[in-house]
Design a protein around this ligand. Structure first.
Ligand code: NDP
Ligand code: HSE
Length: 420
C-alpha cells in the first residue's frame, strides 16, 4: 500500500480523497498497489468536511510521519507550500502538487531539491487535461514552435457567460467561486496571473526558460466592458484570455492577455470552464488539448494520475523535461516588437474634427484603421471602437499615449489584441 498525506483538504483535496475511494478498483489495478489517503492538513479543524481521513492542523504531523510515502500539496500560496514541499522532498518523500503559483516562482529550486525523488504537477496546468505529460513526454522530439491556450477556467467561464447570456461581471465571478473554479484570491484568475503561472511552467518544459511572472506581459479581463463584447459579437469574434508562447529565431515571446479571435477558429469554440491548448511542434505540426480546466474532480483526476505514475515507476521523467540545459540558450523576446492587429476603444467628445485627429495620430505611427464603429454614450460624448490592420505593439502604445497627451481622449483607451 502507498500511503498519502494531503496538505490542504479543500475543493481539490476533498475530491482526491473521494476518487481514491470511489475508483479504488481501477486505480489499484493500474498502479499495481493500493493508494490510500491516510491523513490531511487543514487550517480550520472545526469546519465540517466530507472526508473520512484523519485531519490535523499541524503540517509536521505529516512531514514527520515515516509511514507516509507521498505528500500531496493542495493548500495554495507560494512561500508556505514551498517550505512544506522542500521539507517533504528533503525527507525523501515523493511530492505531487496542483500549485502553479508555487511552480511559477520556485520550479527550478524544487527541481534541484527533488533530485531523484519524484515531484509531479500535472494538475497545475489546465486542470484535468494531461498537458504536462503531452508536452514533456509525448512531444519531446520536437522544437516547440508555439503554445496558445485558454488556461484559466474561471475567466473562460466568466467570458462565456458575459458574451452568451449578458451576465454581469460580479455575479458571474461569484458563481465561479461557488463552483470551486476560482483561486482563493480570485484576482489571480481575473488579473491573468494564474494563466501566466501556467504559461511559465509550459515555457520551461517547451523552451527551458526560467522566467518569473514579473518578466512577462500579463493583462487580465477586469476592464472588458459591454461595449467590447458588443463589438466582438458584431464582427464575429470571440473574446478569450489566452496564454501565448511563440519561438522566433532564438527568442521566445511569452504573454497573457485578452484576445479577440475569429469565431471560425477552433479555440474560439472552447467555452465555459473548459480549457483548450494548441501546441505546434516543428515535426508533429499542430496538436490540440481540450478538457475541464478547473473544478475539484477534474483536477483530482490529474493529481491521482501522478500518484499512479509514482506508484508504478517512482520518478520517470525529469521534472521540467530537460536532462541537461539546451545549448542554444533561448532568450525572452522584447514584446514591443510583436506585430498583431488591435481593437481600440476610446471615449471622445462628439464634435467635428475629433475623428480626424484620432486618425491623424494613428496614421502618424503607421497604424491603419480597418473598421470603425461610433456609439453615443451620453449627450456630447461618443465611444469610438476601432480595429486596426497589422501594427507594431510599440507604435500602438505610443499612439495611445499621444491620444491622451493631446487631450483627444480623457483616459487611456482600452486595447485588445486580435489574433487571427
Ligand atoms: P481550497 O481553498 O479549496 O483548499 C485549500 C485547502 O488548504 C483548505 O483545506 C485549507 O484549509 C488548506 N490550507 C490553506 N492554507 C493552509 C495552511 N496555512 N495550513 C494548513 N492548511 C491550509 O483550494 P483548492 O482546493 O481549490 O486549490 C488547492 C490548490 O490546487 C491550489 O494551489 C490551486 O491553485 C490548485 N488548483 C485548484 C484548482 C481548482 O479547480 N480548484 C484546479 C487546479 C489547481 P481550510 O479548509 O481549513 O480552509
Ligand atoms: N483558478 C484556476 C482556473 C483553477 O480557474 O483555471 C485551475 O487551475
Amino acid at each position: 500500500m502507498l500511503k498519502i498525506g494531503i496538505i490542504g483538504v479543500g475543493t481539490v483535496g476533498t475530491s482526491v480523497c473521494k476518487i481514491l475511494e470511489e475508483n479504488k478498483d481501477i486505480i489499484t489495478a493500474r498502479a499495481g498497489v493500493e493508494i490510500k489517503a491516510v491523513s490531511g492538513v487543514v487550517n480550520n479543524l472545526s469546519k465540517k468536511r466530507d472526508v473520512s481521513i484523519k485531519l490535523t492542523d499541524n503540517v509536521d504531523d505529516i512531514l514527520n510521519d515515516d509511514s507516509i510515502d507521498i505528500v500531496v500539496e493542495l493548500m495554495g500560496g507560494v512561500e508556505k507550500p514551498y517550505d512544506v514541499v522542500k521539507k517533504a522532498l528533503e525527507k525523501g518523500k515523493a511530492v505531487v502538487t496542483a500549485n502553479k503559483a508555487l511552480l511559477a516562482y520556485h520550479r527550478y529550486e524544487l527541481q534541484n531539491i527533488a533530485g531523484d525523488t519524484a515531484f509531479e504537477y500535472e494538475a497545475a496546468v489546465a486542470g484535468g487535461i494531461p498537458i504536462i505529460n503531452a508536452l514533456r513526454d509525448g512531444l519531446s522530439a520536437n522544437h516547440i514552435v508555439s503554445i496558445k491556450g485558454i488556461m484559466n477556467g474561471t475567466c473562460n467561464y466568466m467570458l462565456t457567460k458575459m458574451i452568451n447570456e449578458g451576465v454581469e461581471y460580479e455575479a458571474i465571478l461569484k458563481e465561479a467561486q461557488e463552483l470551486g473554479y476560482a483561486e482563493a484570491d480570485p484576482t489571480f484568475d481575473v488579473g491573468g496571473f494564474d494563466a501566466a503561472h501556467k504559461l511559465l511552467i509550459l515555457a520551461s518544459i517547451a523552451y527551458g526558460i526560467d522566467a518569473k511572472p514579473e518578466d512577462i506581459l500579463i493583462e487580465g479581463i477586469e476592464n472588458i466592458s459591454s461595449e467590447d463584447i458588443s463589438f466582438a459579437k458584431e464582427f464575429d469574434y470571440s473574446l478569450k484570455l489566452l496564454g501565448i508562447a511563440k519561438m522566433n529565431n532564438e527568442e521566445v515571446e511569452l504573454r497573457v492577455h485578452p484576445v479577440l479571435i475569429p469565431n471560425s477558429e477552433m479555440i474560439a469554440k472552447v467555452d465555459g470552464v473548459m480549457n483548450g491548448v494548441s501546441v505546434i511542434g516543428d515535426k508533429v505540426g499542430e496538436t490540440m488539448y481540450y478538457g475541464a480546466g478547473a473544478g475539484g474532480d477534474a483536477t483530482a483526476s490529474a493529481v491521482i494520475a501522478n500518484l499512479i505514475d509514482i506508484a508504478r515507476a517512482g520518478k520517470s521523467s525529469p521534472m521540467l523535461g530537460f536532462k541537461k540545459p539546451l545549448e542554444s540558450g533561448l532568450k525572452l523576446a522584447n514584446l514591443d516588437n510583436i506585430q498583431t492587429k488591435y481593437y481600440l476603444r476610446m471615449e471622445v467628445e462628439d464634435k467635428t474634427g475629433v475623428l480626424a485627429k484620432v486618425a491623424a495620430i494613428l496614421g502618424a505611427k503607421n497604424i491603419s484603421i480597418k473598421t470603425m464603429v461610433q456609439k453615443t454614450s451620453v449627450e456630447g460624448r461618443a465611444n469610438l471602437l476601432l480595429s486596426t490592420h497589422r501594427s507594431k505593439e510599440l507604435d500602438i502604445k505610443n499612439a495611445l499615449e499621444e491620444l491622451v497627451q493631446s487631450k483627444v481622449v480623457d483616459n487611456l483607451p482600452t486595447m485588445i489584441r486580435i489574433e487571427d
